[in-house]
Design a protein around this ligand. Structure first.
Ligand code: AMP
Length: 175
């Protein structure tokens, strides 16, 4: 089965969550299915190459699940990109607009060695605000973004253009 079909079959649309008018794409059934989750992780690794990155950054919170699996499978480490106030040491931070709100993301200022190649992962690319903030944070913290993968891209929200010219790799794009 194509990976895009596998993802499509496991996404559950939840209308009006967390706010009226938002169609939430719930990937929990995908995470809960061992073979499907494994196929998704392998597809992300295949896209970037196991030697194409030095560390994996995951965006809180569902990105952590993906980042940890990709990192473990390739023998790399994980760096969490967290919501405001969660990290205990000095951070760099960025505020940004969400599809459904406003938020601040932070990463430890010493999270990356200079020039370290960072693969950034998250579950869903919506408006691209989260991704744009995260990619900027990685660079400000000294990392070099070597790739960005999501499981699902909501193409109609134009998130891809927010992070251009950096590419986005999506296992499934819905329009
Ligand atoms: P955005 O900054 O608009 O691209 O939003 C991306 C972040 O918010 C990701 O971390 C997603 O987990 C979450 N998100 C935004 N919109 C949705 C949606 N419709 N369904 C599921 N998650 C979403």
């Amino acid at each position: 089965m194509e990976i895009s079909d596998l993802v499509a079959g496991k996404v559950v649309d939840v209308p009006d969550f967390p706010k009226p008018g938002i169609l939430f794409k719930d990937l929990m059934p995908l995470f809960a299915d061992g073979p499907a989750f494994g196929a998704v992780i392998e597809a992300i690794i295949a896209e970037h190459g196991a030697d194409g990155f030095d560390v994996v950054a995951g965006i809180e919170a569902r990105g952590f699940v993906i980042a940890a699996a990709v990192a473990y499978a390739t023998g790399k480490g994980v760096v969490p990109v967290r919501k405001a106030g969660k990290l205990p040491r000095a951070t760099v931070s960025a505020s940004y607009a969400l599809e459904y709100g406003e938020a601040v993301l932070e990463v430890h200022e010493d999270a990356f060695a200079a020039g370290e190649r960072v693969l950034v992962v998250d579950d869903v690319l919506a408006t691209g605000g989260t991704a744009a903030a995260t990619l900027g944070l990685v660079e400000r913290a000294g990392g070099q973004v070597s790739g960005f993968s999501v499981i699902l891209e909501l193409g109609f929200l134009g998130g891809r253009s927010r992070i251009a010219p950096r590419p986005v790799h999506a296992l499934l794009t819905v329009s």
